[in-house]
Design a protein around this ligand. Structure first.
Ligand code: F3S
Length: 68
């Protein structure tokens, strides 16, 4: 089910994430590092869509994607 008002929602594949923390640097309101040094989405609408896209493009292992 989709949240009303959210056009796109980012997801992190925690299996793929290597914990480089670029996404949390680019979008600190959207992504956050967990105790296991993997990123997760704390607020899918935390940053503008263009910033989230920037984080998606910056991730060296392509662990972030838009939820289909
Ligand atoms: Fe992980 Fe990529 Fe972010 S490796 S910490 S999801 S930039």
């Amino acid at each position: 089910m989709r949240c009303v008002g959210l056009a796109k929602v980012p997801i992190v594949d925690e299996e793929t994430c290597i914990g480089c923390a670029l996404c949390t640097t680019i979008c600190p309101a959207t992504f956050e590092m967990q105790a296991d040094a993997k990123s997760h989405v704390k607020n899918p609408a935390g940053d503008p869509e263009a910033k989230i896209q920037e984080a998606i493009d910056a991730c060296p292992v392509k662990a972030i994607a838009w939820k289909q």
